[in-house]
Design a protein around this ligand. Structure first.
Ligand code: ZN
Length: 165
């Protein structure tokens, strides 16, 4: 990621860790060149509707690089990280051009998924971008925990070295 800002508050995960997790998911989900050009602002707080989070681009619909992700506050640690993984998958879809939002002259909201037009909100659970996002949640959560363990090992090793000096 080029830039990550985290604002807001949740009791279950620190903002610093959310930034660390977003960076990790960016590395996993995006080609390196693309990842290095992405800016994301993550805000933890009250979220509209009954949703757990959202991801929108804020620059333009063609190859967006600047994103705003909202995460609902006061969820468990696992749920918070999984929702971040879900929203980072939507970021990946927009950044790679897999998913595009647009409005027709008659003001209908449509999405394009890999070049094909899909009516927006018609089928939330069966839309290809939600299947992709929900499908990534468990794997990204698993990988994130492995990464945390690996980093903890490294940190312990470092600490040992420092103590030996
Ligand atoms: Zn989603």
């Amino acid at each position: 990621m080029k830039e990550i800002h985290v604002t807001g508050f949740t009791a279950s995960v620190t903002n610093a860790e959310l930034g660390y997790a977003a960076e990790f998911f960016g590395i996993v989900l995006l080609p390196e060149k693309l990842d290095k050009n992405i800016c994301v602002h993550i805000h933890v707080g009250d979220v509209a509707d009954d949703s757990f989070g959202s991801c929108i681009w804020t620059d333009n619909n063609h190859r967006p690089r600047i994103f705003y992700i909202e995460i609902k506050t006061d969820m468990t640690r696992a749920k918070t990280i999984k929702v971040l993984a879900h929203e980072m998958t939507h970021l990946k879809q927009y950044a790679k051009g897999e998913l595009k939002d647009f409005v027709t002259p008659s003001k209908r909201h449509l999405n394009k998924w890999k070049g094909e037009t899909v009516e927006r909100n018609q089928y939330y659970w069966t839309s290809p971008w939600e299947i992709d996002a929900y499908g990534h949640e468990p794997g990204l959560w698993e990988m994130y925990n492995m990464r945390l363990k690996a980093d903890a090992k490294k940190l312990r090793q470092k600490k040992k070295e420092w103590e030996e000096v």
